[in-house]
Design a protein around this ligand. Sequence first.
Ligand SMILES: NC(=O)c1ccc[n+]([C@@H]2O[C@H](COP(=O)([O-])OP(=O)(O)OC[C@H]3O[C@@H](n4cnc5c(N)ncnc54)[C@H](OP(=O)(O)O)[C@@H]3O)[C@@H](O)[C@H]2O)c1
Length: 281
Amino acid sequence: MIGVTGSTGQLGSRIARLLADSGVPQRLIVRDPARAPSLPKAEVAQASYGEQAALLNALDGVETLMLLSATECADRVSLHKATVDAAVAAGVGRIVYTSFAGAAPGATFTFARDHWHTEQHIRGSGVDFTFLRDNIYLDFVPGFVGEDGVIRGPAGDGRVAAVARDDIAAVAARVLVDPGHSGATYDLTGPTAFTLAGAAAVLSAAWGRPVRYEAETLDEAYRSREAYDAPAWEVAGWVTSYAAIASGELSHTSTAVEDITGHQPISLEDYIIRNHSTAPQ
Ligand SMILES: NC(=O)c1ccc[n+]([C@@H]2O[C@H](COP(=O)([O-])OP(=O)(O)OC[C@H]3O[C@@H](n4cnc5c(N)ncnc54)[C@H](OP(=O)(O)O)[C@@H]3O)[C@@H](O)[C@H]2O)c1
């Protein structure tokens, strides 16, 4: 039995759909069963990360767990650790975890540090694992553009090897069922790394209206996001995602998507043509 968390969300729903399309039985572990996707050979169990008793029940009989990282929050690492502990206690044999590119304790992108701490906890627990270190979602790139047609962030001239959720899901669906992925860490990237000026040029051409990139300093970035009145940890995550591009930490490309799925990851150009060929209104 494969357990899948996060199937009410964007990535988890894609993974669950691919497993269902392959006829694989799965258990969808969700916070709200009313929102679980309805899929063949899929049963539904209710649990939130950190809810020990509910998780033990939901994970009973699960051999391999697809653990999606939780929505960013101040105590995300604690939630992940408690969920891993519950999985180990329930007898899960392998955890496939959605980590992040360049996960490290001192990663520029503060949210990537959460992923490193979670990876370390999984390693320390003794459970078998596969880590999918996802780059920034390609799906997010059109949303970088402000209403004035400007992408603003402290990304300098750095490059980002963004990867589509569809490609991550295709990898996940394979590593969950295929042998040979135990103990592996895969960097999941798109085919190339592009600058935000390059992304602006691609969007300009597709949308037929000017899109440009203006690099901010870190101070400007923090100041420009004050208006959202968000907690400091969240603003730091937003700003440092761009700073991580500037640092080069997100520029590495890998062949993992093609190696595992047999198809090339989608490029920015093709992604925009297929999904965002017209400008947002
Ligand atoms: N690589 C990137 O660029 C990038 C960008 C953003 C986020 N991420 C990470 O990747 C994850 C998956 O991305 P996504 O696009 O699928 O996000 P999403 O659409 O927001 O889906 C998140 C899923 O995780 C579930 N979830 C979140 N917190 C949970 C908790 N505490 N307990 C149980 N379930 C929880 C959500 O359940 P509900 O429906 O009940 O909320 C939802 O099903 C995100 O959660 C985030 O950690 C990566």
